[in-house]
Design a protein around this ligand. Structure first.
Ligand SMILES: [Zn+2]
Length: 314
């Protein structure tokens, strides 16, 4: 039997067919249509899944279920997305709509949670039971795996570790609070920090960038631009301090870092390891967790979503 994984992001829709060994057999994607209603977005995602089935010549009778990974606040028990502001979802019955189309079980998880599951089942934390997955992108998504399954807390808004306070009364966060981990460790936060530093240093090469992305800022730091070096070092300190707090709470076997910033690889991971190793509670007598980059990149959401079906993890 195969499983369908659907990944509903703020800007892109992806769907794929996953086999019993967690291989992605076929995948399709399309941008989220501007102005589309929640029902239209879900219909588009289902159509992508049907296209993937067509491409791989797999019929409905060979599908065990459909897993859906979605940005935003997900109620895994009822299969509803409570809020996904970028998509206009508001108490949207995603699983019911998908089930109506495919007539097989449908399960829902927050995108960071689904990606975390992909990492422990088939990625960088393969076989590990207690893992933190941290996705550094537009925001900071954190998926927590405890005893091999997704930790969802007592309700749908379970784990939003991106919104733990890092600096009291600090930078404004997208969630209306201030000083959140996300407001310092997301790619968006790095760009904001770089723009601020560039404005007070007219000589910095940062001012010559037409469009500033995390990759460009790290690139200028590599080229020796002092302001970029300072900003990226500071960014890594914020990121590492947040990870240290999470490690102190959860004592995981591994911390897996995903999202666009993770493409920086060892140049990012090495200083994070050094900081965490030095600052975790009981650092002198304690082994720090493995800190590694995600094994999955573009398809983590699709594969993780499909994995929701196999063992009923919610
Ligand atoms: Zn926040």
């Amino acid at each position: 039997m195969y499983r369908i994984g659907i990944d509903i992001g703020g800007t892109n829709l992806k769907a794929g067919i996953v086999d019993e060994k967690n291989n992605l057999v076929e995948s399709t994607y399309a941008p989220v249509r501007k102005g589309a209603s929640p029902n239209e977005i879900i219909a588009d995602a289902c159509q992508l899944a049907e296209a993937a089935m067509g491409l791989s010549c797999i019929s409905n009778s060979e599908i065990a279920g459909v897993g859906i990974s979605c940005a935003g606040t997900c109620d895994t028990k009822t299969g509803r997305v409570i809020h996904a502001y970028n998509l206009g979802f508001e108490n949207t019955p995603v699983c019911d709509l998908v089930n109506f189309r495919f007539h097989v079980p449908a399960k829902l998880a927050n995108d960071a949670d689904a990606q975390a599951l992909a990492e422990v089942r088939a990625g960088s934390a393969l076989g590990m039971e207690n893992v933190l997955y941290i996705c550094l992108g537009t925001g900071v998504g954190v998926g927590i795996i405890i005893n091999g399954g997704i930790y969802s807390g007592c309700g749908y808004a379970g784990t939003e570790a991106g919104h733990m306070t890092l600096i009291l009364d600090g930078e404004q966060c997208t969630c209306t609070e201030s000083g959140c981990f996300e407001a310092y460790a997301s790619a968006t936060a790095l760009i904001r920090q770089a723009k601020k530093a560039a404005a007070s240093d007219p000589g910095s090469a940062l001012n010559s960038l037409k469009k500033m992305g995390a990759k460009d800022i790290f690139g200028l730091a590599d080229a020796g631009d002092e302001t970029s070096v300072r900003v990226t070092k500071e960014y890594i300190r914020y990121l590492s301090a947040g990870i240290t707090s999470l490690v102190n709470i959860f004592d995981p076997e591994a911390v897996v870092i995903g999202g666009g910033v993770a493409n920086r690889g060892e140049k990012l991971l090495e200083p994070v390891r050094e900081y965490v190793g030095k600052h975790i509670f009981g650092a002198d007598s304690r082994k720090a967790p493995v800190i590694t980059a995600a094994g999955f990149r573009d398809n983590a959401g699709v594969i993780g979503a499909a994995m929701l079906i196999k063992d009923g993890t919610e």
